[in-house]
Design a protein around this ligand. Sequence first.
Ligand SMILES: C[S@@+](CC[C@H](N)C(=O)[O-])C[C@H]1O[C@@H](n2cnc3c(N)ncnc32)[C@H](O)[C@@H]1O
Length: 355
Amino acid sequence: MMADRVPPMRLGAIPDGLVERIGLLLGKVPTPIGEAMYSMPVARSLQVAQRTGILGALAEGPRDPAELAEHLGLQAKGTVRVLDVIATLGHVKQNPDGTYEMTASGRRWLDPRSDTYLGDFLADTYEYWDWYAGLEDLVRDGKHVELHEKAADDPYWQSYIRGQYQLARLSSAEVAKAIPLAKGAHSVLDVAGAHGEFSMALCRQHEGMRATIVDLPGSARVGEEIVAEAGMAERVRHLVGDMFQVDYDGHYDAALCFNIIHHLSPEQIRALFQRIRAVLRPGAPLCVLDLYDREGGQRANLASILGLFFHLTSGADTYTTDEVSRWMGESGYGSVEIKSLRTLPDLRLLVAKAV
Ligand SMILES: C[S@@+](CC[C@H](N)C(=O)[O-])C[C@H]1O[C@@H](n2cnc3c(N)ncnc32)[C@H](O)[C@@H]1O
């Protein structure tokens, strides 16, 4: 096995000016106050500004806050306060005439016309608020949320899967290039592939490639819409159902298993890898993209914060690359290559060929 390293990221206080920089360096800034008190209004202001349409309206151009609030049926005072919180993040700014507008960096992520728009993902994080309210129950009693057990027609699936699509668009071209396809490969199975963006990226890069996505009904319905909107419905199909039960309907030249094993137990992961192995042609790669637990001795980082989120929303866990590589070996695959990706610095792509 081999892996190249991308340095881990952390969140922290950014000093404003020399005095704060020195204070921070000397350990004189009471950072726990900021961490506990400021992170909540920052997160909630972004979520609320997205849901109420404040961000969408500002993407159209500068707006007077009172006029903006009236237009959206909101309260002027609360609107201004929320805008000021978002201004501290640099996504919007107030002009000398009192209007607010989106900054160039804000537009990159928050303007619906941008190719890197993340608005649905932001809206989806609104749901996280209630889940984190149950964190103490998780720590005290092991009670977790079941993210994927909502009814198929629950509106939640729209923001969840469109949000995941927007995230996937940021890395899909690089990920697709990292998948080692044999010459003449023309079919890929994308287990829990939802929006289909990773499959569509493979199709965009390989003429003649066809993709089959397996996902639950609520997710697949939104995924089918996204694939149709992208004009790829003739090359990308959805098989609707539970990935442990649905017939994978054919044999494939590659399989993707992206951002799903952190929702599963080790037994389920092995069972899934074996199910996929049964429909892979010999030599076809199984590619497992995920966030992996740090090896002993490495310090906690942003990935550790996601690790908590996965535990809270599934009761399962993140695993080390060693563990997952072993399970791949035990499930009918050869040696594992571990790839780092520039666009997904906290994740790793594990690739092993069916033997
Ligand atoms: C975090 S999303 C990942 C989507 C996509 N693979 C990606 O990397 O962006 C997890 C997906 O797993 C799907 N999923 C969860 N449990 C499943 C199951 N038992 N069978 C099929 N899909 C499942 C969810 O519906 C969701 O679409």
